[in-house]
Design a protein around this ligand. Structure first.
Ligand code: SAH
Length: 234
């Protein structure tokens, strides 16, 4: 059984978006993964097919109604569905490569894309939606966030990437940022490729890359280095 993504959104035409192109798109055509985008509005029953209402307690904006959204969730994900139900949300658990890897190893995902001010808390609780954030900034809707999450997952699915090796050498896979890359020409605008990379000595090359990874990580992301430290003894 291949990886299956069900998306609940007010803009189903945004999917598969860029995931219909390139390696992800070819994998989609082959059936290595599948995606269905369901229109939340299809579950609204009033004359105006409204999906949102004003916030209880007052304030700006609108809130996605719990009854409509719950019907949409139930339509794609029954009680026996083993897939995690995610809600894209700036309040959510920060998306990491480890979480992406866990999701890619599972049967698929159900993703709710928020809009307006967000969704009624009761549907988050009642349908056990796990909130996931792609970063500390506010998007106008969950759709681009869902596409980011899916992009990161799909490229890890078996058979999707041409060169599987490049997926294990990447930034974050070992908790470090990746080393710099070079290719021909050997001299360009007065700058040359570091000689060690042309030495043919694989051990030296590996050591140089590791040292560069550690240097860049310490410089740019000291938070990652700190995270790797073992707890002090005692
Ligand atoms: N009022 C909310 C923001 C709503 S933004 C707040 O202050 O927390 C509208 C929708 O965009 C959200 O419901 C969510 O689905 C999506 N969204 C916005 N920023 C996001 C982020 N950083 N990560 C994931 N989803 C995001």
């Amino acid at each position: 059984m291949s990886f299956k993504a069900d998306i609940l959104t007010l803009y189903p035409q945004m999917f598969p978006g860029h995931l219909g192109e390139s390696l992800a798109g070819r994998a989609l055509e082959r059936g290595d993964w599948s995606i269905d985008a369901m229109q939340i509005r299809d579950f609204a029953s009033d004359r105006h097919r409204s999906v949102d209402d004003t916030p209880a307690g007052g304030g700006a904006g609108m809130v996605l109604k719990p009854d409509i959204l719950a019907m949409a969730v139930d339509a794609v994900s029954g009680a026996d569905d083993k897939r995690p139900r995610l809600l894209m949300s700036p309040r959510g658990r920060p998306l990491t490569q480890q979480f992406v890897r866990d999701l890619a190893g599972g049967p698929g995902v159900v993703i709710v894309c928020g809009r307006f001010e967000g969704v009624d808390q009761r549907v988050i609780d009642g349908r056990r939606l796990e909130e996931v954030s792609i970063g500390d900034y506010i998007l106008s809707g969950g759709e681009p966030a869902a596409l980011v999450l899916l992009d990161a997952i799909v490229r890890l699915l078996p058979g999707v990437m041409g060169n599987e090796q490049s997926a294990v050498m990447e930034s974050f896979e070992d908790g470090l940022l990746e080393h710099p890359h070079y290719t021909r020409p050997q001299d360009w605008e007065g700058a040359s490729i570091p000689p060690v990379l042309l030495s043919g000595n694989h051990a030296d090359i590996a050591a140089w890359r590791r040292a560069e990874s550690e240097r860049l990580t310490a410089e740019r992301r000291p938070d990652l280095v700190k995270g790797k430290k073992k707890p002090a003894k005692g």
